[in-house]
Design a protein around this ligand. Sequence first.
Ligand SMILES: Nc1ncnc2c1ncn2[C@@H]1O[C@H](COP(=O)(O)OP(=O)(O)OP(=O)(O)O)[C@@H](O)[C@H]1O
Ligand SMILES: [Mg+2]
Length: 638
Amino acid sequence: MSRQPKAEGGPMRGGPKGMGKPTNIGQTMKRIAYYMREDKWILLIVFISIIVSAVANIVGISALQIIIDNYLQPLTQNNNSELMREFILVIGGISIVYLVGVGSTYLFNRLMVGVSTRTLYKIRVDLFTKMESLPIKYYDTNTHGNLMSLYTNDIDTLRQVLSNSITGFINSLITVVGVFTMMIIYSWQLTIIVVLMMSLMLLSIRVIGGKSANFFMRQQQEIGRVNGFIEEMIEGQKVIKVFSRQERVIEEFEVLNEALRNSATSANIFANILMPIMVNLSYVLYAITAMVGGLFAINGTLSIGTVIAFLQFTRTLSQPINQISQQMNAVLTSLAGAERIFNVIDEKPELDEGQVTMVPVELDQDNQMTEVDYRTGEFAWKEENADGSIKYTRVRGNVVFSDVTFGYEKNKTVLKGVSLYAKPGQKIAFVGSTGAGKTTITNLINRFYDVPSGKISIDGIEINKIKKPDLRRSLAMVLQDTHLFTGTVMENIRYGRLDATDEEVIAAAKLANADKFIRHLENGYQTVLTSDASNLSQGQRQLLAIARAAIAETPILILDEATSSIDTRTEKLIQKGMDRLMEGKTSFIIAHRLSTVRSAKAIMVLEHGEIIERGDHDQLIEQKGRYYELSAGLFELT
Ligand SMILES: Nc1ncnc2c1ncn2[C@@H]1O[C@H](COP(=O)(O)OP(=O)(O)OP(=O)(O)O)[C@@H](O)[C@H]1O
Ligand SMILES: [Mg+2]
């Protein structure tokens, strides 16, 4: 992904908006065009309408010459009723031409609104779909601000450009060419004067505008910084208040705000001076053309009508010429944004080379498995052999790690030669200090990350042979940081298994000991949780997360500090419920509480990514090693 230049100093999430130049214009335009392919006939109509509208404008102006020379002048000299009738007809004709022009302007603008919103709809779908298929690793290295700015900033610039700038640009181009041609036809001498004056004007735009563009870039950067700072301070309000850092925050803000004021002043001084100067210069140009044109008319080289029409063309010309460069800039900026969007769309999705699937099976008396298409609570791994035969392995949750070494970054190993096994139904606990690698182990079982060296298998099947969605359906997880979605409590628990009935949801909530507090909520199970359930306590959120995992009814359960914010008594109750649920199934539990750890079949003590002790509680206490030391801390909690 071509990252936006990150401003130095100052917290900044989103980065300066709309910065950078597109690197591959042709390719990007082709891709945008591809998104519009279904609208190609509409685009053709748009294109024709733009031409019609520009031509109508030019014809209307040229008509001035005919009106003046052929009708007005003769009519002022003698009142010829025949000529008058013709004149009225011509005026009527010209009105129709203008009406057609207005109509086609309406038409192409209206059509482009549809085309641009449809195109962006499709791009947004592709972008979001891709986001859902990206590996977790992608989110480790790309800030959420950067991703958000694709939706809020880049897509919006693209929309404006598609619905306005592109049509405007084509319109300007056609108008300039048409007007210029007409001017040459009318008087090449006057045209030379206009071209010379305009070149001077454009040169001054270049000089002043070029500088102003730099200041605008600076201004954009400063806006990014100020916004990033504000965003972070909104999120950190509680911490700011607790440490009474308001004044300091305001001071920091003032520094950023001052920088923004400076660059905005410079940018806008130029912009504000440029426009009036251009307008004045164009008056000067108009006056000079009028003077020279007048002289030509007096000595009879040009007719009065021609001079007036020519003057009108001169005015018409300066507007699109001024606009073309603006529109070009808008188009380039939006192409840079589109490129960022396409870069994300082109990111490699999470690779899934797995073939083995997990299917529901019916078990007969001799444990023979038959694949079925309904839920039985029993599952089998379905492997297709090279010869086409199918092998079913009952899903039990037999997890084996052999010599697994892993690091998030290339030269920083986090896990070193970890080997362990968990037999079906066993409860394995991980203990160890912060940063020892406990969460990392669980991240590997569900293949958030792939293992570069060593093997992990479930029921004898290496996990990278299993299709990722199927692998993940075989595990339920309560992540270390609970996340709940906007929606009712009922919906949030049902997230674990979408076809669960209301009764099943309630049963899971009871199991997780969440039922009681849910019933005390304003609307019980129908209470709506908002923005990551900030209306619940930390412990209540964890209870919901546990219920959500419980309802999934998977053979493997992973609880990462799932009960860290829950009181000991409730935790024991949950434990009982879970034990019932997890009978014959495997669970991995990361906890800091003795009551949780004690009942584990095996406790792994992890330190610096290595398992340094293993055994059950009594054995480890006897060893008087690290666990023994840790357990002094653990005991306090019981
Ligand atoms: N996404 C990541 N990218 C890079 N490094 C990471 C990432 N996640 C964790 N680490 C690093 O890996 C190491 C192990 O982290 P891990 O989260 O497994 O620790 P933990 O044992 O779960 O700790 P805690 O008890 O605090 O949850 C730490 O040094 C951490 O800095
Ligand atoms: Mg952790």
